[in-house]
Design a protein around this ligand. Structure first.
Ligand SMILES: [Zn+2]
Length: 418
C-alpha cells in the first residue's frame, strides 16, 4: 500500500474538515441548542446592559456590570486594567491566547435619556445594537465555553473594552496591544461589533480627525468693527476645503462634523472651532487630505487678514492665530487574503450556510490588523438599524446563527485540546 503524502500546510480542506468535526461534536451540538433556549435570557442581559449609560470616557458602571457577569459565569482572573477594560480568562493548555472582545462604550453623552424597551423580539433604544448586542454575544460565548467545557488549546481572553467610538480613538484596544502581557501572546482576535452575520471586517479603514481652532482679539460688533473674525475664517476654510476632490477608489471621504464659536450676536468672537474627520482606505490619501485642510485654513486666515487690513496699522502683527490638533488617528491596514483567521471564518460560513462578504470598516480590529496581527470584526447576530441615533433597534431573530458562527471560529482558532 502506498502511503498518502502528509499535507504539512493547513489547507482549506483540512480547515473545513476541522470545522465539520467540531460542529458535529456532542458538546458543540448541546451548546448550540442552549443558545436557542437561552434567547430570552440573552435579551434580558442586553436590555439591562443598554440601560447603563456608557458615554465616551464614562464606561465605569457598565464595566462593573460586565465584571460581575464574567465572575458569575466562572471566568478567571477577572479584572479591570489601567484604562478600564474588563478582562476575564478561560485558560487553555498552551501559552497562546485567542482574544474575543466587544466595546462597552456608546456615542451617547451621559445626559441622553436611555429609553430602552422591548416589543416581542424587537429591542429599542440608544446603543441597543452598537454595542449592547456585541457584549451580549461575548457573554453568551463565554457562558457556552464554561457550561459545556468546550475544548480549547489556547487560552481564551474575553474583553469588554473601552473607547471604541469617536474620540475614544480605540484607546481600549491600543492599551491591550501595548501591554507586554498581551501584545505578544495574543495570536488572533475576534471583535464583536453591532448586529448581523453578513460581513467579515478584515480591512481596517484608517481615519484622522482634527480640531481646528482660530483665535482673534474679539470685540464689540459696532465699535470694533473691522477686527478679524475667527468664525468668518472657519466658514471660509470650510468653503475652501469642501471643494477638495476625493477619489472613489481608493474610497476617500471627509466631514466637518462640529462647529463652535462666539458668545453673542453683538460680539466679534474670540475663537471658533471645527472638527473634521478624514477617512480613506489609503494612508497616502489621508495625508493628502490633511495637507488640503492645512492649505484651506492658511488661505482663509490670509484672506481674513487682507480683508481687515485696511482698518489697521500696516505694521501691526496679524490678529489671528490658529492650531490644528489631532483628536483621532486610527491606523489602517488589511489582512492577507490567505490569513488563517480569514480561511477559518470562510470555512465556518460555508459550513453553516452563511453568506458573508469582506468589508472595510473602522473597528477595534484596526489596532491588531495595523500591527500585522490576525484579527477580524464580525456582527453579533440578529438584525439592527439606526446605529448612533435615539431610534436604534435590534431584532433578536437569528441571533443563534451568529453565536454558532462565533463559537466555531473561536474553537478553530484556539485549537483542540483533545
Ligand atoms: Zn460599535
Amino acid at each position: 500500500m502506498t502511503s498518502v503524502p502528509h499535507i504539512s500546510s493547513e489547507s482549506a480542506i483540512t480547515i473545513s474538515d476541522e470545522v465539520a468535526r467540531l460542529a458535529a461534536s456532542a458538546e458543540v451540538i448541546s451548546a448550540i441548542e442552549w443558545f436557542r433556549d437561552q434567547e430570552s435570557e440573552f435579551a434580558r442581559w442586553q436590555l439591562e446592559l443598554a440601560r447603563i449609560p456608557a458615554p465616551p470616557f464614562g464606561e465605569i458602571a457598565r464595566a462593573d456590570w460586565l465584571a460581575e457577569r464574567f465572575r458569575a459565569l466562572g471566568l478567571l482572573k477577572v479584572h479591570k486594567d489601567g484604562v478600564g477594560n474588563v478582562l476575564g480568562s478561560n485558560p487553555g493548555r498552551s501559552s497562546a491566547v485567542v482574544c474575543v472582545s466587544a466595546h462597552l462604550d456608546t456615542v451617547f453623552p451621559a445626559s441622553t435619556p436611555l429609553n430602552i424597551r422591548q416589543q416581542g423580539r424587537k429591542l429599542s433604544g440608544p446603543g441597543i445594537s452598537d454595542n449592547a448586542s456585541g457584549i451580549t454575544s461575548l457573554l453568551a460565548i463565554a457562558a457556552a465555553f464554561e457550561n459545556f467545557k468546550l475544548p480549547h488549546m489556547a487560552s481564551l481572553l474575553f474583553i469588554g473594552n473601552v473607547g471604541e467610538e469617536g474620540e475614544g480613538d480605540l484607546r481600549g484596544m491600543r492599551y491591550i496591544f501595548s501591554d507586554p502581557r498581551w501584545k505578544d501572546s495574543i495570536q488572533a482576535s475576534v471583535v464583536l461589533d453591532g448586529a448581523g452575520t453578513d460581513t467579515i471586517v478584515s480591512e481596517a479603514l484608517g481615519s484622522r480627525r482634527f480640531e481646528v481652532t482660530v483665535r482673534g482679539p474679539g470685540g464689540h460688533s459696532w465699535s470694533d468693527f473691522g477686527t478679524s473674525n475667527p468664525i468668518v475664517v472657519i466658514g471660509r476654510a470650510i468653503h475652501l476645503f469642501s471643494q477638495t476632490r476625493v477619489s472613489t477608489s481608493p474610497k476617500t471621504t471627509f466631514n466637518v462634523g462640529v462647529i463652535r464659536g462666539g458668545t453673542s450676536v453683538n460680539s466679534i468672537p474670540e475663537s471658533a472651532t471645527m472638527r473634521v474627520d478624514l477617512r480613506s482606505s489609503s494612508p497616502s490619501e489621508i495625508e493628502r487630505l490633511e495637507l488640503e485642510l492645512r492649505r484651506a485654513l492658511e488661505q482663509a486666515l490670509q484672506e481674513e487678514e487682507t480683508r481687515t487690513a485696511p482698518s489697521r496699522n500696516s505694521n501691526r502683527r496679524p490678529e489671528l492665530n490658529s492650531e490644528m490638533v489631532v483628536i483621532g488617528d486610527r491606523p489602517g491596514g488589511e489582512l492577507a487574503s490567505d490569513a488563517r483567521i480569514l480561511r477559518i471564518a470562510r470555512a465556518v460560513d460555508a459550513h453553516i450556510g452563511n453568506d458573508a462578504h469582506i468589508q472595510r470598516a473602522s473597528t477595534d480590529a484596526n489596532i491588531p490588523i495595523s500591527m500585522g496581527r490576525e484579527a477580524i470584526a464580525v456582527g453579533a447576530g440578529g438584525s439592527g438599524g439606526g446605529a448612533h441615533t435615539l431610534q436604534e433597534w435590534f431584532d433578536t431573530t437569528g441571533r443563534e446563527l451568529a453565536l454558532e458562527r462565533i463559537l466555531l471560529i473561536l474553537m478553530c482558532l484556539a485549537g483542540d485540546a483533545k
